[in-house]
Ligand binder design. Sequence first.
Ligand code: TYM
Length: 333
Amino acid sequence: MAADKSKQVMFSGIQPSGIFTLGNYLGAVRNWSVMQSDFDSLFCLVDLHAITVRQDPATLRENIMRGFAVLMACGLDPERCTLFVQSHVPAHSQLSWLLGAYAQFGELSRMTQFKDKSQRYADNINAALFTYPVLMAADILLYQAELVPVGIDQKQHVELTRDIATRFNGIYGDTFTLPDVYFPKVGAKIMSLLDPTKKMSKSDDNPGSYVAVLDEPDVIIKKFRRAVTDSEARVRFSPDKPGVSNLMTIYAALTERDMAAIEAEFEGKGYGDFKQAVAEAVVETLRPVRRRFLDLMENPDYLLECCHKGAEKAAKKAEPTLKLVTERIGLIG
Ligand code: TYM
């Protein structure tokens, strides 16, 4: 597929951490799939970001293959987008090193994800965990991306990317496009089912707190049945009802109904009916994803071929920016 110069470039990434959650799906991957043909789209399984927390090699290898298959199962089509694994395109690490010289210790110290993760992995606060956002900036800037579709938790990192790009452009002249962040209208922050004041996260110790994209239907139904609500027994969207509001958000994202319509639909009904309806909407959305995933995993050679072709396409697109940056800095070719 030839690069289409008339289309804006869109880039996003996801870590191969074993489980993709409904949060990843609604906040990011589903929109990538919907938007992929409207842009010159690149989607990246960011394995180098994943090693900022300790990984078992065999499990990581498996998670990368499975992660790639899940992305394809969610609708990312290697013919319509560039889908690849980060470490297969060395330009990401190369640009990351260069950009490190234009990112300040102070600004990296302020990243909330770094603060959270250094609390969670207090025995392994490694340098790569600290410079994680620089690699993310490299991912985005390498392709001169104009749009970065992510969930709200990645907003700060995209802002930092813009700051690094602005600083670099200020020193050397226009080099990088400044990327804009894009959030879905509904679903940019899906909360934990058990503690709706916390983000739904795949690294949560309790699997009851998240729905995994590959969870079986009966597991999904059970998790929704146990989801935390409140004692009012009324389906109403309000900040003082975080559990119910989160379930409404999930339902709204899947059925494209607005909150008023959902409130009307469940007027006079209890939480049991409501939870069942939300769970069924999730099951029906994820059923074909799971089926496609299982089919794809039957054919690892095909998956690897897609991986490698995607990396080839990405590497070609990355080349001009890396060349330009090295020249601008004053390195010799
Ligand atoms: P990661 O792997 O944590 O998450 C992937 C995407 O899913 C979104 N997301 C959510 N959205 C709504 N509700 C939730 N509960 C939820 N949990 C996760 C995230 O916002 C993200 O969009 N650093 C990134 C990966 C990355 C990247 C990039 C993204 C690396 N390079 C360049 C964009 C551009 C991360 O760890 O995402």
